[in-house]
Design a protein around this ligand. Sequence first.
Ligand code: NAD
Length: 511
Amino acid sequence: STFTYQFDTATYKGFSTLNTGLFIDGEFVDPVEKGTIDVVNPANGKFITQISAGTHLDIEIAVQAAKKAYKEHWGLKVSGDERAKLLHKLADLVEANADELGALEALNNGKTYHFARNIDVTACTKILRYYAGWADKIHGKTIQTKDDKLAYTRHEPIGVVGAIIPWNFPLVMLVCKIAPALATGNTIVLKPSELTPLSALRFCPLINEAGFPPGVVNVVNGFGHTVGQAIAENMTIGQVTFTGSTATGRKIMEAAAKSNLKPVSLELGGKSPSIFFDDVDVDQAVKWAALGVLQVTVHDSYCAYTDRLGSYNHGQVCFAGSRIYVHEKIYDEFINKFAEHARSLKLGDPFEPTTYQGPQVSQGQYDCIMGYIESGKQEGATLCTGGDRFGDEGYFINPTIFTDCKPHMKIVKEEIFGPVATVMKFSTEEEVIELANDTSYGLAGSVFTPNIDRALRVAHQLEAGTAWVNCLNTSEMGMPFGGFKQSGIGRELGEYALEHYTNVKAVHVNL
Ligand code: NAD
């Protein structure tokens, strides 16, 4: 079945049609057993459309298609430069359809159209082109031997790769998985989040249009405990790459261990610290702090380096700077200005150009965040601003700041995944490093101070996969992203991601 929707946000005149089936072996098909998912608009809570939901039976079919495609039309049959050409073509098509992809992302996820169109979709094209660049540079090494032998390594594709992604960056996550998998010669079976399937459905026809052989990319929508679990347990899939919560990551690792012992790469949750020393410009500091956890969009001249900022998603981001440590000398001024700033952020229709913050993604996510806000109040934190619903429809939550937070509080320990900042006071560098590392997570952290010695000293001591100095949320295609501790295993982006998608073979030749 299909879904027709409006996408030209400037004129509201453009209409397009989306196929809502499962994308297997290059075409949209119905699931083996009838199953559907209702897709909801988080800005008003209303039903948008119904899409097909698969089961393990569809995963088996998709995996067989991917295996066949790998053997017959892909893998080592296709040269690196040919794979690069196809990835570049796909990037061109994403660019050409950016308005529509951005509109679907905003409609389904609730992030602003400005953000989805200009940050998310742009990131997708950059990632596709970055890995297109790697496709013909997957080299092994020749190893020197002391006798007359030839010894060398080959980085071979794994075969069929499985991918499971979350709802906060539906398109970016999809591309983060597909691009390195295809560049290294794998085929892929991917499951989007059941909450945000629409942009992936629009992406699938572009795969065909770019010229990828059928079966190289398969996208099977469905629920985590059915389709997701089937990917993790599958005996043919040679590697699983997952982005989502730590709890689900644990289940995936367990399923992989109990089936064919496939390697897993896990990009999981976080509770990142943002540290502000007493020598910062407080006006800039509150903007950075807000970008870290409260709002979705920035508009021109917001603060330094905004053009280089990556993802900020009103707290619905794994590396959200949700624990904010402020030096005691500037604490009161920071709190006042931060609260004032939070109150000035305009919530509303994600398609309205002046909106800074859209709705949370779903009723479930809304309820979960509200539960944390309630626990913060009960545990004795001071609710400085927000904490309540915005408007009377959709899943909007006013930017929320808790002060007087203590390390044992649930709102400080657990990932909230919403626009809720917890602010704490510190007096010494040693103390703040201790507090910042007092977490089971280790995804990212930021430190703000013009004192570069101190900045680097602190950055190097943060137990986190990413350390930002005088900035946050920046990313570079060539830089690895991933977690220490319970924030994950492995790295995404950069050359580092390629390791997950290849097997290294040692070849010994007796000459
Ligand atoms: P989630 O773990 O609930 O779901 C993620 C995906 O896993 C979804 O597609 C879901 O259907 C699937 N899933 C659920 N149960 C499963 C199971 N038993 N077996 C297999 N698959 C299953 O996470 P979410 O709510 O979609 O996303 C939010 C989480 O993702 C947060 O914890 C966030 O920090 C994390 N995240 C991490 C990164 C990162 O790069 N580290 C990026 C984005 C989001």
